[in-house]
Design a protein around this ligand. Sequence first.
Ligand SMILES: Cc1ncc(COP(=O)(O)O)c(C=O)c1O
Length: 409
Amino acid sequence: MSIANDSVFSHIVHAPEDPILGVTVAYNKDQSPVKLNLGVGAYRTEEGKPLVLNVVRKAERLLVDDNSRVKEYLPITGLADFNKLSAKLIFGANSPAVSENRVVTVQCLSGTGSLKVGASFLGRHYHQKIIYIPLPTWGNHPKVFTIAGLSVKSYRYYNPSTRGLDFQGLLEDLGNAPNGSIVLLHACAHNPTGVDPTPHQWDQIRQLMRAKALLPFFDSAYQGFASGSLDADADAVRKFVADGGECLAAQSYAKNMGLYGERVGALSIVCKSADVAPRVESQLKLVIRPMYSSPPIHGASIVATILKNEEMYREWTVELKAMADRIIRMRQQLFYALKDKGTPGDWSHIVKQIGMFTFTGLNSKQVEFMAKEYHIYMTSDGRISMAGLSSKTVPHLTEAIHAAVSNVA
Ligand SMILES: Cc1ncc(COP(=O)(O)O)c(C=O)c1O
């Protein structure tokens, strides 16, 4: 008897490709020698190659050569040193919240895993199930929060006509949010727009949120990558912590240490008092244990090695700044190339926006045109990864943008 064609899974329909990762799938299929992938948010050198930081290689050598190191399971909450150092990195060396033992930090699987653990914790234990996310935001946010049982709503963030922040819209939407709602905030280098509030605007957002008891959930995927300074990029988070109120923060070491595939990150929950923190931690363990039991050891050991050694920490900050500076240079080169070519439109947002991405303002038809005619790939919302660009590829991208805006409405 034939058992072909009667799979118990035969009813399953093919799921759509992830919109961001799908860009790489299309790029990989393209045979052109001039093809360019500006879709994925991963750093590339001037030569277009992935980068492993020297300080990371150094830390790995130390780990390999240390025969006292074993591969036992980590605790559910991860590597203790890593957690302490991660809290210090985001909240600051002299953070009262940390020294008063009001912060619970657990090692998670990079930024996404940290968001997921935080979302599941809130879904189970927080009284308000509504979370506001910026419009637009990183495509994974609504999925992570919905699966955790939260009700996802959005607040206005980006104004296409100014290519800047819709600050009035943001204040209105958060002002109308039900008290106690959770609010997802990009700590710096907002993805996909590259538009961040000014320090003064952050103050106003904080005051409004505290007045309405809105719970901040920071997504910090780019600390140090935006301005080149780890402290400056943590400023918004630190302001919220300094007022004594509560918040959550998801940290990723994917971009700032180039540890993408190692999946290293941390979730911190800042509590108002030290007696609540251990109870929160105990419940976080119940979230994590059935999800993946405990986190992996290698990446967290790399991070802890670097963060606790003064000399290696300094080396890291130099390498991190070099990556941030190269991205800023790419912004300037692209902006001047478009200006020199007389490409129709105002392109000053390219130099005003910050972080890994430029939200070009190109529409989905123009994006399609650039892939077809110029073999340049980006997400359909016109977001390009500046980290994927080099001095050599700027002229090709300039040609393509010029042709797209001149020929495709
Ligand atoms: C805004 C934002 N949050 C979180 C992440 C999570 O990244 P990862 O899980 O690789 O740390 C990213 C990655 O692109 C991001 O852009």
